[in-house]
Write a protein that binds this ligand. Sequence first.
Ligand code: KG4
Ligand code: ZN
Length: 345
Amino acid sequence: MRILGIETSCDDTCAAVVEASGGLARPRFRILSNIVSSQVKVHQKYGGVVPSLAAREHTKNIVPVLKRAFNNLKFKVQDIDLIAVTTHPGLLPALLIGIHSARTLAWYFKKPILGIDHLEAHLVANFLTQPSRQSPVASRFPAIGLIVSGGHTQLVLMKKFGQARIIGETRDDAAGEAFDKVAKMLGLPFPGGPPIAALATKVLDTGYEVRRIFPRPMIDSKDFDFSFSGLKTSVLYFLRDNPRADKARVATEFQQAVVDTLIAKTLRAAKKYRVKTVMLGGGVAANLELRRQLGERLARESPTTIYQLPSMHFALDNAAMIAATAYFHWMRGERKSWKQIRVRV
Ligand code: KG4
Ligand code: ZN
């Protein structure tokens, strides 16, 4: 089954063509194309994504991106079996561009179309590079998913795909947002995750031991919620009081505070609900220390738990994960026409 995925929820214009087979038990995804057109340069000077600018850029880029997705393929849009598009969550004006493009294609070529939850797709990204030689998908549930992106930080308990319950989320800033804001304080470019992570890697490579100069907000609270706004403020005050502080070390200390909090709550949720799998998703899932340390802690404290990670490439926003999510929904019998596809924010 050939699926065209379209994603415009934030600041990347994405289109992908994915060939899916194997059914719900052992899905296999072949990524035939995966185009991501980043708008980061447009938003960089504002230190965050500006919704109206994002919509303008998506409008400019969506057709070229769609064309590129089919560039090296031996078939055309009319040979697609299903169209998948992100309908929520995201920036309203940005989402609309992808939704209207997808609806128009579905209408014109008389194709079925499904609206996709961007956050669910971040977890499905785990399956893009984990082929079916592993245990069947159903045997990996229940699972805990940690979704950490620029806009969201959530722990979800999944009985199966499509059946997820949010058991915890951030009460203020998202994890990625905290990276972005602290990066700004440190004079690093937007988005802040990659430059902070790069500085931390350099510092840690010198053998630096983390001193825990920043708090781990809510780490001992009984619930599964997060809070990163106080941590951000601590960094701000620390920089104000220590103007000559080594920025790279501050970045390292901050990153570790976020990683510690995310790991503590994820592990506790995994134990409480006796899950078979822990999955990671979202842009912050590209963070090497989070990936490594969560893996180590799980191996030590819960060795039978499967640890599923999206490849670095598919952790960040992309449309291949949107197409793959549509496959799961399609195989469970979900059918929609273009008239039913609406933005859900
Ligand atoms: O999922 P994503 O691509 O877009 C949203 O749906 O928000 O996530 C983007 C977020 C940004 O806040 C960015 O700073 C963060 O992911 N990020 C990282 C890393 N790479 C991207 N955060 C920490 N470490 C990274 N290596
Ligand atoms: Zn995302």
